[in-house]
Each structure stands twice: as structure tokens, then as C-alpha cells.
Design a protein around this ligand. Structure first.
Ligand SMILES: NC(=O)c1ccc[n+]([C@@H]2O[C@H](COP(=O)([O-])OP(=O)(O)OC[C@H]3O[C@@H](n4cnc5c(N)ncnc54)[C@H](OP(=O)(O)O)[C@@H]3O)[C@@H](O)[C@H]2O)c1
Length: 320
């Protein structure tokens, strides 16, 4: 443990020799930092990246900085379910078991776009792609495996627009981001319930980074060409945000703290959880709504054609 018990730091990440991790979005901000620390502790890390070239460049840098780091790049476009299938197939051919599935990749507040399968891009990337990836990798999880879902304080402004989840009738980019991050937490808690109900030994843990300076804030303004929004994001990243390394700490705690339990949610301990050291944090009541979570799960199964825990799910849903 670190010297100050109230602060959980990178130094608290245990040795991970022999462990296998997959990090989505591993070529960007928090994903790079998560990969750096996990590989630095001896884990073999598969970096699942939309751009293999960008991933290989980061992997080369990590190997140079940390000689012996076991990092490998896999192609993964979460906005294309065929790509998710290929990524999962490749991983399962290359490893016996997966110990850490870190569902980290994301996009924020972009103009309305659709995935290859016709889903609204933010819900499609941040939630649906990760649902499909988790479903495909579930049978390959090791006995002590963890599935870590990266959400956001933005889940608090999220509402599930059940009659227009894909924003076809009405779209607002922040509302859609909030919905996708609420979906991340609904998924995390429902996964926790289903793992428990099925007697599984693996656990579902979630995290949010607070506000960390990464590329996330620049993608939306770049796509829309909104210069004033880009300037605001640059200023906020400079004066309010914490570093990407600090922002990755809640994810790392969720992934490796031996005291973490299924259903835990970690975030920074500072004011409004914007910055700080990773601790267990609360969430909006909506994120804990089991009926909404079950409904989202059913929709996600329909969207992806993938089922998880079909037998125990029926039992859970039949419970009054
Ligand atoms: N930074 C923050 O303040 C903050 C706050 C709350 C929550 N979060 C969450 O933290 C997570 C990581 O974000 P970040 O801040 O590290 O952002 P980032 O620097 O923009 O990194 C995002 C990563 O996701 C990847 N990605 C985007 N679309 C993808 C797709 N279709 N398929 C596969 N990968 C895709 C990006 O790949 P490309 O390089 O190819 O675009 C990049 O590697 C996200 O889930 C985000 O919602 C961040």
C-alpha cells in the first residue's frame, strides 16, 4: 500500500505477472495510461484500437519506455459489430484466458452520426460495441476476471430516451453522450447482478476519471468545426482538468484493487469528483434502476444478436 492510506496511487497496483488484459481505446488518453501501468506491472496487454497504426506507435513508445513490456495491438472498431467479432475471435485464438476486460474507449458530444450497423454513434460506440465485445469474451474470462466499465459524471445528466434511443426524431450531442454514459452504468450494475445470479466468480466494476485532459474534448469540435467550442475545451483542459495519468487511476483501482467487489464504482475524491484520488463514489438514482437496466439489456441483446446469461436472466426478470 502507499504511505498515505487515504490515497490510492499507481504504487498500489500489484504485480500482474501472468495476467492478460484487453484495453479498448488503448491508443488514446486514459487507455494509454491504463495500458502503461498494467504492462509496467507485468500484465500482457492487448491494446484494442480503431487505428492499428496509432496503436502500434503507442505500443512502440511503451516498449521503449518500459523494456520487456508485453503490449500487442488488435484492430477494434466498436462502431462496427463485425469488427468487434473479429477482435474477440483474434484474442480468443491468441490467449487461453482473459483476466481484465477494460471497456474504456469512447467518444463525446459529436454531431449525429451512425455506426456501420445503423446505431447512433455515441450509444453505438460507448455502450453497444462494448456490450457485444463483453458478450463475445465472457466465455474466455479467467476465474478471477474483472470487467471494468468506464463511465462519466455525465451519466448524471443522462436519461434513457426509450422511444427514441437512437436520436432519430430529436438529437442533441450532450444529451446523447449523457445517455451513453448512463447506459454504461446500467450495463455495469446489470452485469454485476447477472454474474452474481449465475454464481460466476468474475466481477463487474466501474470507474470514471473525473475530468482529465485527453483528446476526448477535441473530437466533437473538430468534427463540427466549432472554433469557439474548441477554444473553451482547450482552456478547460489546461486549467481545470487533471492529467490523463491521474484520470486513469479510478480505472486502475477498479481493475486491480484487491478490496474491490462486484458492483463497485470508483471516481476521484475531489469536489464534484472532477479531480482527486480514486475512491468508491455514488451515482445518480437512475443508474441503479434495475428495471431500466433489464430493459437496456434486452435492447442490447436485440441490437447485437448476442445473449449473456440467458437462463439466469429469465429467473432474475421473473423475480417480482
Ligand atoms: N477525459 C475525460 O475527462 C473523461 C471524463 C469522463 C469520462 N471519460 C471516458 O473515458 C474514456 C476514455 O476517454 P479519453 O478521455 O481517454 O478519450 P480519448 O483520448 O479521446 O481516447 C478515446 C479512445 O477511444 C477510441 N475510440 C473512439 N471511437 C472508437 C471506436 N469506434 N472503436 C474503437 N475505439 C474508439 C479512440 O480511438 P481514436 O484515437 O481512433 O479516435 C481513443 O483511443 C471514454 O469512455 C470517456 O467517455 C473521459
Amino acid at each position: 500500500m502507499s504511505q498515505n492510506n487515504s490515497r490510492w496511487t499507481e504504487a498500489d497496483v500489484p504485480r500482474l505477472d501472468g495476467k492478460v488484459a484487453l484495453v479498448t481505446g488503448a491508443n488514446g488518453g486514459l487507455g494509454v495510461q491504463t495500458t502503461r501501468v498494467l504492462a509496467g506491472r507485468g500484465a500482457t496487454v492487448f491494446m484494442a484500437c480503431r487505428s492499428v497504426d496509432k496503436g502500434e506507435a503507442i505500443a512502440a513508445r511503451l516498449r521503449a519506455d518500459q523494456p520487456g513490456a508485453q503490449v500487442h495491438v488488435l484492430a477494434l472498431d466498436l462502431a462496427d459489430l463485425a469488427s468487434v467479432e473479429r477482435c474477440a475471435d483474434e484474442l480468443t485464438q491468441r490467449v487461453d484466458a482473459l483476466d481484465l476486460l477494460i471497456n474504456n474507449a469512447g467518444i463525446m458530444a459529436i454531431p449525429r452520426r451512425e455506426t456501420a450497423d445503423g446505431f447512433e454513434m455515441q450509444l453505438g460506440t460507448n455502450h453497444i460495441g462494448h456490450f457485444a465485445l463483453t458478450a463475445r469474451l465472457l466465455p474466455s474470462l479467467g476465474a478471477d476476471a474483472r470487467i471494468v466499465t468506464v463511465s462519466s459524471q455525465a451519466h448524471r445528466m443522462g436519461r434513457m430516451a426509450w422511444t427514441d434511443l437512437m436520436g432519430q426524431r430529436s438529437y442533441e450531442k450532450w444529451r446523447s453522450y449523457g445517455q451513453s454514459k448512463l447506459a454504461n452504468l446500467l450495463f455495469h450494475f446489470e452485469l454485476d447482478r447477472r454474474l452474481r445470479a449465475s454464481g460466476a466468480t468474475q466481477i463487474s466494476v466501474a470507474a470514471h476519471p473525473g475530468y482529465a485532459a485527453t483528446n476526448l474534448q477535441h473530437v466533437g469540435p473538430q468534427i463540427s468545426g466549432n472554433q469557439s467550442e474548441a477554444a473553451v475545451m482547450r482552456l478547460a483542459n489546461r486549467f481545470i482538468a487533471q492529467s490523463a495519468a491521474h484520470g486513469a487511476l479510478p480505472t486502475l483501482r477498479a481493475a486491480t484493487d484487491v478490496s474491490a467487489q462486484g458492483g463497485d464504482y470508483f471516481g476521484p475524491d475531489g469536489f464534484w469528483e472532477v479531480r482527486g484520488w480514486p475512491v468508491r463514489v455514488g451515482h445518480a438514482n437512475r443508474a441503479g434502476d434495475a428495471a431500466d437496466a433489464a430493459r437496456l439489456w434486452r435492447e442490447s441483446e436485440r441490437w447485437t444478436g448476442m445473449t449473456m446469461f440467458s437462463q439466469t436472466a429469465a429467473a432474475t426478470e421473473a423475480t417480482p
